[in-house]
Design a protein around this ligand. Structure first.
Ligand SMILES: C[S@@+](CC[C@H](N)C(=O)[O-])C[C@H]1O[C@@H](n2cnc3c(N)ncnc32)[C@H](O)[C@@H]1O
Length: 236
């Protein structure tokens, strides 16, 4: 990693431990956040892609959203923006993520969509928005992840990166198998371990896949593909 984002003040609560403040003034210890490894890999790809626009499902306490907004701001790409979809930011998470981003001067970079991803993503598609990185970390139910992928596929630019958290979760794995079998001409899979364990990347990737332990899965979109209503299904 050429930069030291782990020591950025806005990231400290998620990396080194710390607290956030909710709407009620209560102190909250962040949980359910993306792992430091995930964040490291996303930061690495951000540097490669230099995205104009990024999207995530699942804001929660805001670890990945904070990272994306900081990376955008520090990269100085004019007009760059991060979109985060989460219907429970206020109800479950007491707006901690939104308050945290505000406190660190990052709010202007973020658009929060207060709705289910199945409702919001098709709207973004209809608006004609395109994204260069999409991180799926919302609901982990098969039907939701499948819908997230279907819409993300339309929203992602060629050359863009699609990342799935919790890849070993049975619901998520099923969707990943579908993509590997049926969308292999549109995506190239990249090992996250090339970033976190470069010397043993291939072996670690293989072992993690076999043992069902892979946390993060990365697909880079290589082409727009034409799938018609008659395209045969490859079993997955
Ligand atoms: C694992 S957390 C996200 C963690 C976050 N990416 C981070 O790094 O801090 C999952 C989030 O998905 C949200 N969620 C659940 N169902 C969702 C849905 N259908 N659409 C969008 N978000 C959803 C939950 O409210 C929760 O905040």
């Amino acid at each position: 990693m050429p930069h030291d984002w782990q020591s950025w003040p806005s990231m400290v609560p998620f990396i080194e431990g710390g607290t956030l403040t909710g709407d009620d003034g209560g102190v909250e210890v962040p949980h359910s956040t993306s792992t430091p490894n995930n964040l490291t890999v996303l930061a690495h790809w951000h540097e490669i892609i230099r995205p104009q626009r990024t999207l995530e499902t699942g804001l929660a306490f805001g670890a990945s959203a904070t990272l994306f907004c900081e990376l955008h701001q520090r990269a100085g790409i004019s007009g760059s923006e991060h979109h985060a979809v989460d219907p429970f930011q206020q109800k479950l998470w007491k707006n901690c993520a939104l308050r945290h981003l505000e406190a660190h001067g990052l709010s202007s970079c973020l658009t929060h969509h207060d709705g289910l991803s199945a409702q919001v993503l098709p709207r973004l598609w209809q608006q004609g928005l395109g994204f260069d990185m999409i991180y799926l970390d919302g609901s982990h139910l098969f039907e939701d992840v499948f819908l997230d992928f279907s819409f993300a596929h339309h929203l992602l630019e060629v050359g863009g990166l699609l990342a799935f958290d919790d890849s070993s979760h049975p619901h998520v794995r099923k969707v990943l198998r579908f993509i590997r079998r049926n969308f292999h001409t549109a995506y190239q899979e990249h090992s996250p371990y090339q970033v976190t364990r470069p010397r043993h990347a291939r072996l670690t990737h293989l072992a993690a896949r076999l043992l069902g332990r892979q946390q993060l899965t990365l697909f880079r979109k290589t082409a727009h593909i034409q799938r018609t209503w008659m395209t045969p299904l490859r079993d997955f």
